[in-house]
Design a binder for this molecule. Structure first.
Ligand SMILES: [Zn+2]
Length: 423
């Protein structure tokens, strides 16, 4: 028996990505532990040694847990593919459903069965992360009851949105011939735009309460800032983020004129009016530099490339057998192709991900520079320090780990850039 080159490439890449993840995390663990007992000079006036140590412990705990999750995920991917998990699940679902209900019902059932098994594997880790790690560091505010209610709601929303989309894509794959991937991409793009519109108005309110910003002083300040920046939004909202977590945030959602500004109540509780203004100016910087548009366009372009690749792979039987699942002889293989692609792609994508992090960090610097022009850089710096402390984010991450994973530059680099802009 000889192995297909794709089998070897896939297995080698999986092992290599796990090795790189272990190497990066061990660097991060050592670096943070080495700097645990001294606050960096640039933060000495603002950050207490206790807070610095808490951030180190939180970072170390999360990095260790992340390693466990990486190892388990790699084992799960291997289990589904080369070790025959998907092949076994497929045989059971296909034989039970295809003869009586037809090919589309069988394929939908396979996707659902796969989603259920994956969720059951993931849940204990999510539970541990919320009720053990976040709890231990005082960040968790959610109850078991709310957590279960969230789970039920997100499952229902996922099914309501995911099943029709999956049925549509499977139908296109069967009916649209060799160019199916182009049609599937159109459907996927329309679906994504729809979610961008529906998320703030329909989906997010299922999980959180959104109330119009009531603080008049803050409101007039924020409105003046938005006017200065030439930015129109449908409304300013406060979200009850404190129901689930103590971590604070602020963001924009929506498209075109339906844009909304959302502040977490946890953010407003911690920052002064001037600091909130500076944080918002940073967010406006993302819009002024068209970062959101660039990100969405990149996502559309990448999904077109991905679907074109899948369009080519799906009609080759070695694609299935090399990843551990012999194709069906008397039933359609489209759902299998989608699942195998979704399992294999992230394994290869891991090595490209630092590029995305790099672009994201550049965007953060650009947004910070914009905030310095439209609001006070000193207030932004002070807000960043507060948010770092409140999120227990380490001030001393390993530089290589940062290059690989961080979507935001470390606080020391951002503060240095802000200081440079002020002088
Ligand atoms: Zn940002």
């Amino acid at each position: 028996m000889s192995l297909h080159p794709l089998t070897l490439l896939f297995a080698a890449t999986l092992v290599a990505s796990l090795a790189v993840k272990f190497w990066l995390s061990s660097r991060q663990l050592q670096h943070v532990a080495r700097h645990r007992d001294a606050v960096p000079a640039a933060f000495a006036e603002r950050v207490s040694l206790d807070a610095h140590r808490k951030a180190a412990d939180y970072t170390v705990t999360k990095a260790r847990f992340g390693l466990l999750v990486s190892a388990v995920s790699a084992a799960v991917v291997l289990g589904w593919t080369l070790l025959g998990g998907l092949d076994a699940l497929n045989a059971v679902v296909r034989d039970a459903i295809a003869p009586r209900f037809g090919g589309l019902a069988y394929q939908l059932a396979l996707l659902v069965a796969f989603a259920i098994v994956s969720a059951v594997v993931d849940l204990p880790f999510e539970w541990w992360s919320t009720f053990r790690i976040e709890q231990r560091f005082g960040f968790n505010r959610t109850s078991m009851r709310l957590w279960l209610a969230d789970l039920a709601k997100s499952t229902a929303v996922g099914a309501l949105i995911g099943l029709p989309l999956a049925a549509l894509v499977l139908w296109i794959m069967a009916a649209a011939g060799a160019w199916w991937w182009l049609w599937a991409w159109c459907a996927w793009s329309v679906f994504n735009l729809l979610i961008l519109v529906l998320y703030p108005t329909v989906i997010a309110p299922l999980f959180n309460k959104f109330e119009p910003l009531a603080d008049e002083a803050l409101k007039s300040r924020v409105q003046a800032l938005m006017q200065r920046c030439g930015f129109a939004a449908k409304g300013l909202f406060v979200m009850d983020g404190s129901r689930r977590s103590a971590h604070g945030n602020a963001y924009f959602t929506g498209l075109g004129a339906a844009k909304r500004v959302v502040f977490f109540d946890t953010l407003l509780a911690k920052l002064t009016v001037a600091e909130v203004e500076a944080v918002l100016a940073h967010e406006l910087g993302h819009f002024k530099h068209r970062h959101v548009l660039k990100r969405i366009s990149a996502m559309f372009a990448l999904s077109l490339l991905g679907l074109a690749l899948l369009g080519w792979l799906a009609s080759r039987s070695w694609f299935y057998t090399a990843l551990g699942v012999p194709p069906n002889l008397a039933a359609p293989n489209d759902a299998l192709a989608l699942l195998l692609f979704a399992l294999a792609l992230p394994v290869f994508g891991f090595f490209v991900s630092p590029l995305g992090s790099l672009l994201s960090r550049r965007h953060e610097f650009e947004a910070d520079a914009y905030a310095c022009q439209q609001a006070s850089g000193a207030d932004l710096a002070s807000a960043l320090i507060k948010l770092h402390e409140d999120n227990a984010a380490t001030l001393t991450p390993d530089p290589v780990y940062v290059r690989f994973y961080y979507s935001h530059p470390p606080a020391s680099e951002r503060l240095a850039a802000l200081k440079g802009a002020a002088t």
